[in-house]
Design a protein around this ligand. Structure first.
Ligand SMILES: C[S@@+](CC[C@H](N)C(=O)[O-])C[C@H]1O[C@@H](n2cnc3c(N)ncnc32)[C@H](O)[C@@H]1O
Length: 273
């Protein structure tokens, strides 16, 4: 089951008051929205969005299109809790985990090219760039070579096909970290165009936010956090927004103990002038 990350901190930071409008752009298992409901009941107007059609969000779509998806709405508070949920990893059957043998899909939205489409058609150099650029994988060249070699005889169809390609050039060694961790992260980012979606989602979210409203973003790796940090700093420099915290908030030791997935989380918040 999905455990919401920085739950209290993020909802506190949105500084909602009764009568306001909240937009949850990454509804997932609904944890953050449930916390808003628990605090405010029906006294806050809530709209929820997720690109995964299985979450139960009120709108199914990508937050990169938020301006058209919620046309006319002027929220007082917007939340983006990035990445995938534990439910998607554990029960979606869409190949987000290297620990399960599932179809090599990795699409949150269930549309567009899948991981196997990409891995069986992109040229070797493009695959290498994805592995290096989106996960800093030191073995990017060798892994890309292995993928291309393997697909010449048989296309990669399942997660274990990809795990075998990685393990053919990168041993498990003594590390606790699975050798395919970075490869899976990189391919997932590429399949879902996560970094471009984030850039567009941030710009459009800030555009529709009401003056005085707050945008909170929870990121899970340095590439995401760098984009959020740069975007917020630029808004502050142009005096369009005020940083609510100088440094990002991170989970407490207690939260990391209970939910190890939270260990890399960072919460940044900006208030629109
Ligand atoms: C970490 S989970 C959110 C969990 C949620 N806050 C909770 O507490 O239950 C991230 C969710 O965002 C969705 N998502 C990721 N990128 C998205 C995008 N570009 N547009 C819309 N939804 C997105 C994923 O499908 C996933 O359900």
């Amino acid at each position: 089951m999905h455990k919401s990350v920085l739950l209290k901190e993020s909802i506190d930071a949105l500084d909602l008051t009764p009568g306001e409008v909240f937009l949850d752009l990454t509804y997932g298992a609904g944890g953050h929205t449930a916390e808003v409901r628990r605090r405010f009941g029906e006294n806050v107007e809530v709209t929820t969005l997720d690109q995964d059609p299985n979450t139960g969000a009120s709108i199914v779509g990508n937050f990169r299109d938020v301006d058209t998806l919620v046309e006319g709405s002027r929220p007082d508070a917007i939340l983006l809790d990035l990445g995938i949920s534990s439910d998607q990893i554990e029960t979606s059957g869409r190949g987000f985990s290297f620990l399960r043998d599932e179809p090599l899909d990795m699409r949150m939205s269930e549309s567009g090219p899948s991981a196997s489409d990409i891995l069986n058609s992109w040229d070797e150099h493009a695959i290498e760039l994805v592995l290096r650029g989106f996960a800093d994988e030191k073995f990017s060249r060798k892994i890309a070579r292995a993928i291309v070699d393997i697909r010449e005889t048989k296309p990669l169809k399942t997660t274990f096909d990809l795990v075998r390609a990685v393990e053919s050039v990168k041993s498990r060694g003594k590390s606790k970290i699975h050798p395919a961790t970075k490869t899976f992260q990189a391919i997932r980012i590429a399949v879902n165009e996560e970094l471009v979606a984030l850039e567009e989602g941030l710009t459009k979210s800030f555009q529709i936010l009401k003056p005085g409203g707050r945008l909170a973003v929870i990121s899970f790796h340095s590439l995401e956090d760098r984009i959020v940090k740069k975007f917020f700093r630029e808004l502050a420099r142009q005096e369009e927004g005020t940083l609510v915290y100088k440094k990002p908030l991170t989970p407490t030791e207690e939260e990391i103990d209970v939910n190890p997935r939270s260990r890399s989380a960072k919460l940044r918040v900006i208030e629109k002038k």
